[in-house]
Design a protein around this ligand. Structure first.
Ligand SMILES: Nc1ncnc2c1ncn2[C@@H]1O[C@H](COP(=O)(O)OP(=O)(O)OP(=O)(O)O)[C@@H](O)[C@H]1O
Ligand SMILES: [Mg+2]
Length: 268
């Protein structure tokens, strides 16, 4: 087996007297989608912020592509290929899609020896990237403020892939999206993963986790309470791990006896 993309080794985080993470260890491979589940306050966002350089852990270490790596800032994480994709926080709403895609990396050409933006070339790159991903927006010259949350997310994710991102973190990415946009978002995540990118997604919707993830990692009170391949567990078993009623890794058979039928969709 190839080496994991990211290894978390005994990560802890204290906020003063609060022990938010008490020693979290798990890994994620290239092209793998991991759903991070857990109750409110379990420590999911704290963990994701630590991975993306937004928060310093109290102790523990991280290996990224086999090398010890701990980002001190989000910019440092981004430079290494690790990024959190928000619905709209990191796009500039008052400029268009192309400008957002190329922010800080614009293509220029020389006119009479003076560099000017090569808008046609940039439009082509963005147009191809979005078309390849099956993302539709009214026009590449639409200002981001006129796009929906799902469209913004699509642009962010495509930009991340285009610029060589390796591990993307999504903290409840579909919280404000409708059914159709959520479905498209989930499809897009699978497509991103097929390109070898690792994806960690936090969600409270059990059905989404089962739809999109290869593996489910459950955090409970700052520790890993379960780490199981999605196809070897069930929503009921995962609920048990979240609430602490089952031991980590207990299979669907054991759980099925204790609980009723699996519901279509559950919010935890
Ligand atoms: N900046 C902070 N200062 C102090 N305590 C914090 C801070 N951020 C989080 N915590 C605490 O750390 C614990 C874990 O919080 P975290 O936000 O990581 O949980 P979460 O699993 O993302 O929850 P949710 O599902 O509600 O988003 C909680 O007890 C929370 O109150
Ligand atoms: Mg959170």
């Amino acid at each position: 087996m190839s080496e994991p993309l990211l290894v978390l080794d005994n990560i802890t985080k204290n906020y003063g007297a609060i022990h938010a993470l008490k020693g979290v260890s798990f890994s994620i491979g290239r092209g793998e989608v991991v759903a991070l589940l857990g109750d409110n306050g379990a420590g999911k966002s704290t963990l994701v912020k630590i991975i993306a350089g937004g928060l310093e852990p109290s102790s523990g270490r991280m290996l990224f592509e086999g090398k010890e790596f701990l980002a001190r800032t989000p910019a440092e994480a981004k430079a290494a290929g690790i990024e959190t994709v928000y619905q709209d926080l990191s796009l500039c709403t008052n400029v268009d899609v192309v400008a957002n895609f190329f922010m800080g990396r614009e293509i220029t050409r020389k006119v009479l020896g003076i560099p000017v933006l090569d808008e046609t070339a940039m439009e082509q790159v963005v147009g191809n990237a979005l078309a390849n991903a099956g993302t539709r927006i009214p026009s590449l010259r639409t200002k981001v403020e006129h796009l929906s949350g799902g469209q913004r997310q699509a642009i962010e994710l495509n930009r991340f892939v285009h610029w060589g991102g390796k591990l993307v973190l999504l903290d409840e990415p579909f919280a404000a999206l409708g059914v159709e946009q959520t479905r498209r978002g989930l499809d897009m995540i699978r497509q991103v993963a097929r390109q070898g990118i690792g994806v960690i997604i936090i969600t409270h919707i059990m059905q989404q986790a089962f739809q999109v993830a290869d593996r489910i990692v459950v955090i409970r009170q700052g520790v890993v309470a379960g780490d199981v391949p999605t196809n070897r567990t069930s929503p009921d078993a995962v609920i048990g791990m979240i609430t602490g009623e089952t031991l980590a890794g207990a299979g669907p058979a054991a759980e099925g006896q204790k609980r009723g039928p699996v519901q279509e969709e559950r919010t935890i």
